[in-house]
Design a protein around this ligand. Sequence first.
Ligand SMILES: [Mg+2]
Length: 124
Amino acid sequence: MAKSLMIVDDSATMRKIIMRTIRMSGLEFDRTEEAGNGVEALEKLNAAPVDIMLCDINMPEMSGTEVVRKVRELSSCSETKIIMVSTESSQDVMDSVMADGANGFIAKPFTPEKFQEKLSPYMN
Ligand SMILES: [Mg+2]
């Protein structure tokens, strides 16, 4: 089934690297969106929900953990799977963002295999 993806990261370079790594992983999406901050992400999600969101944690203005909380308030995004992609990988941070409604975690630096492993369960 066709899937949609949104990459939320304040670094345009990192968004490009993630997109390229996804392509290398063999995962295919029919629609991909990017957002450079939480406000932009929420605006785009309000216009059109996505199936899978990859979300940075350390971002100015609105942190990824706050983005997760706000996305979980959107009834249109109740089925959206949220995978955090971050250098911030302490157990405390992971536990708290998972409790807020994230579905998984990929540590930076990452590999195509890691995206394959973490995202394929949501591709059917
Ligand atoms: Mg960042």
